[in-house]
Every structure is written in C-alpha cells, then in structure tokens.
Design a protein around this ligand. Structure first.
Ligand SMILES: [Zn+2]
Length: 311
C-alpha cells in the first residue's frame, strides 16, 4: 500500500514573522524534495480540517487553552503567545489542518486503507502543553492523534518515538500518567525546553534519552539500539507515531548534534522493522523541527523513502 503524504497550501499561511526559523520555506523545501520521480508512488492527501474541532482539541488541551489560542489569532499582523510562539491571520487554518492531517491518517490507517503516513504540517506540535502553547507549537498534533486513536479505535498500546533534537515536553505531559502510551524521546540535553532527564519515567511509560551536544550518528544509533528500539519492541505497539524533527542534523542552526541524512534513514528503517513485526507496519509520522532548509529537505526525502520502502 502507498505511503500517505499529507500537505496543504494553508500550512504556508502560518506566518511567524521575518527571521523566524519555523518559516513557510521549510515546507516549500520539502515539497520540492518530494516532487521528483522517486516519489511518484506517494499518495498525496490534502490535509483536511478536523471534524468536530473542539472535541479533537479537547482530547489533549484544556478548554481555556483552546479558547485562548483560537481567540488569540490576529485579524492582521502577528500575535505572540510567548517570545517565539507566534500566530498570524492564517495560523488558525494551518494549526487546525495540522491536527486534521494526523487524525485523518489515524482514520485511514486504522481502517486498513494505508499502512503509513508522513504529515508535512506546520506549526509543529510536540512542545504544546495541555494548558498552553509553547515553542513554535500551537496544538499538539501528535498527542491529539495518539489520544484519538486510543479513544476512537480502542487501541491499548500506542508508541510515540520523538527524534526531534528538542524534548517533546508537551507530549510527555499529556501522557505522563497514561500507561497505554509509550513515549520515547532522544534529544540534546541540557537544551530547550529543559525537560527530558532520564529520571523522568512517568508510570514506566516515559523513556528519555538525553544526548550531549556534539553527539554523532554512531553514538545516536547505539543509544537507539540499546534503549529505545528494544523498549518499543517489547511494548508491542498497535500503532507507532513519530514526532519527526530533523533538527538533530549537523547543519541545523538551533542545536548541536552531528547527525547526517543517513542516520534518519537508518532510524526510520529500524522503526519500520518493528512496525512490521508488531502492527502490520502502521506508522504515522508528523513533522516537528528542522531548520536548515537543505538538510531538512534531504532528511525528509530519506525518511519518506524509508517509509515507502524504497531505496
Ligand atoms: Zn526541535
């Protein structure tokens, strides 16, 4: 079955202002990279708005937070939820379609219409806390998707692997006491947002693998081989979500890890093998960070080729 590729022009209308690293150019670079002949087998899906919007958002976020974010979208200019979390007039449609893409992927994959999906969305989601937006993120796309899969399809074991260079504090907070969701994150540490120490274990369902600045692909792969991959395998997930950030690349301006394109390819291949063994290959990957446009495009291309099982 083909890999689903979610995209939508509305994602380009989320304007974060001049000089902001989380810019529309990121998705233009990805679209360009995925336009070649190698990607003609992708099933392109226009990211829908979520049905019953408040119900979807309330799976993770408090009514007060949802109200604050939706009411905080400006009619013109920019509004700031914090120093680097920005909304523009186009942000509402973008943020809602980002949630809609992940939930639509849940629907299609849980009803057997596809095995895996890559959601090229923005704003990203994994820093969005249940009670407030944060760190470029308005709503927590992945967390909402995972909770939706749990409630709508009765899944009892969902794994979220977060390889963005920053710790997904919002996702961790959402599921810290939820044993049906395993959250495993590798991230530079100490670094933004400050959480993600290995001692943060939830109810045994949180796996945090902090990595020192300068960590290279060899060490990164070993950490996955020793800690995260065996834990995910042992959990026997019925569905795997990926918080797919590519800012651990050596050329990324916001962090100091030393990964290259091939490391993301390797990790995606490893996760595909686990998904094949545990859950008929079911993986939903959603874009988080990645701020060097050239590196981002190259890493996403490798990630998507791996998802579609192509060299
Ligand atoms: Zn990041």
């Amino acid at each position: 079955m083909p890999t689903l590729y979610y995209h939508h022009p509305d994602f380009l209308e989320h304007d974060t202002g001049p000089g902001h690293p989380e810019s529309p150019s990121r998705l233009k670079a990805i679209e360009q990279a995925l336009s070649g002949e190698r990607f003609q087998n992708l099933q392109r899906v226009s990211a829908p708005l979520p049905s019953v919007i408040e119900t979807k958002l309330e799976l993770i976020h408090s009514p007060a937070m949802i109200q604050r974010v939706l009411a905080g979208m400006p009619k013109q200019g920019l509004s700031y939820f914090d120093a680097d979390t920005v909304a523009s007039p186009g942000s509402k449609q973008a943020a809602l379609r980002a949630v809609g893409a992940v939930c639509d992927a849940v629907d299609r994959i849980c009803t057997g219409q596809a095995n895996n999906a890559f959601c090229a969305v923005r704003p990203p989601g994994h820093h969005a806390m249940p009670g407030y937006p944060m760190g470029f993120c308005l709503f927590n796309n992945i967390a909402i998707g995972a909770e939706y899969a749990r409630r709508q399809y009765g899944l009892e074991r969902i794994a979220i692997v977060d390889f963005d260079v920053h710790h997904g504090n919002g996702t961790q907070a959402a599921f810290y006491a939820q044993p049906q969701v395993l959250y495993a994150s590798s991230h530079q540490w100490p670094h933004y947002p400050g959480s993600g120490d290995a001692s943060e274990t939830g109810v045994g369902n949180m796996i945090n693998v902090p990595l020192a600045a300068g960590t290279n692909g060899k060490v990164f792969r070993n950490k996955y081989r020793e800690i995260i991959l065996p834990a995910v395998k042992e959990f026997k997930p019925q569905l795997i979500f990926l918080s797919a950030g590519f800012d651990a690349h050596k050329d990324d301006p916001l962090a100091s890890l030393q990964l290259v394109e091939d490391d993301f390819r390797w990790l995606t291949d490893e996760l595909m093998q686990i998904a094949d063994a545990c859950c008929n290959g079911r993986i939903i990957s959603s874009l988080e960070g990645g701020y060097n446009l050239k590196a981002l495009a190259a890493c996403v291309a490798e990630h998507v080729l791996a998802l579609s099982d192509m060299d």
